[in-house]
Unconditional design. Structure first.
Length: 117
């Protein structure tokens, strides 16, 4: 039987403690307007090209904070992206590694990565 499951990722869920603050923070660092609707009082879908990100305050708890990046956001210029995040006063976890990527965390402590594509 051929698999009915597509070989693609639809979206990634990120647990956040405050949906409004998380929406504003993520939209700010991604240069997006934070004017979308919060669905069901706890979900915000970040409008991205490709695989999506869903912020969800209903699934948040201290033990569900992501401590290893599960995906990376792309950049064409890793040095510029690093400086941008520094200027935004984002908590940077690493320096630029291998001239290719760096890790940072959101206000809830979720670990994320930006990688040169």
């Amino acid at each position: 039987m051929k698999s009915p499951i597509l070989n693609q990722i639809g979206t990634v869920f990120i647990p956040v403690s405050n949906i409004e603050q998380a929406r504003d923070w993520y939209c700010d660092i991604l240069g997006l307007p934070a004017d979308g609707d919060i669905q069901f009082g706890h979900i915000y879908v970040i409008p991205l090209n490709g695989t999506g990100i869903v912020l969800d305050s209903k699934i948040f708890s201290e033990d569900k904070i992501i401590k290893t990046p599960l995906f990376h956001l792309n950049t064409l210029n890793i040095e510029e992206a690093y400086q941008y995040m520094k200027e935004k006063q984002v908590d940077l976890i690493t320096e630029i590694e291998h001239d290719h990527y760096f890790n940072f965390q959101d206000p809830d402590g979720n670990h994320l990565m930006i990688c040169k594509c």
